[in-house]
Design a binder for this molecule. Sequence first.
Ligand code: SF4
Length: 265
Amino acid sequence: MERGSIEADDRALLHADCARCAALCCVLPPFAASADFAIDKPAGRACPNLAADDRCGIHAQLAERGFPGCVAFDCFGAGQQLVQVTYRGRDPRAEPGAAEVLDAMRQVSELLWYLSEALTRPAAAPVHPRLTAARNRARALRDAGAAELAALDTGGLRREAGVLLREVSELVRAELPGPRRDRSGADLLGRDLRRADLRAACLRGAYLIGADLRGVDLRGADLLGADLRGADLRGADLRDALFLTRPQVAAARTDGATVLPAGLG
Ligand code: SF4
């Protein structure tokens, strides 16, 4: 099997499969009332909108009812992994500490998504051995027990992977046309960026909430962790953008003219 096929298999597992879960994301995590959630909810208590059949009772009106965070949320397959593997045969909702285990599993799964994507980039070949080691560790952690996951230093894991993914970003973007501006962590909240040249830009961790990116050329831009809530991406070109995820796309405004990276369309 080719390398690309192997990585595609990894990412194919990293999708929420609610039919194989038990509504864990509606029970285990705490919510704070905010623009994303209309209510406060403590960890381990079922959301009042959760119906007896473990389906969301307001699924068709989530945004209108003040729950856009639920529209954008994606567990990267962590929920079904807890139900089917970590707690096999036991209901995670009845297990102490399961909220922390779900959070750790989600973070590991998200990292696995990024590492798997990085391994598909030919320009990142110089760091493929380190990427492979990090990817294998993340794979093994997905199969770890609840106690190991609960004790996991997720912050340390993310920092380590972040260094590696930055190297990947630099290697990949160095081969692409564009000014390759570094706007990492920039506060671009609500900005009109329609005239900005963001080809191969580094926008990791940038605050793009409500930014106007209509028709912008974002090919090859690094969007790792960029906050795209309410960003207007109608007609924007994001092909080959690095480290873009489904939750980021779901939180933004897109249309049929938005060009997304393969696998996110
Ligand atoms: S509003 Fe619906 S999707 Fe969101 S947590 Fe509650 S039941 Fe789940």
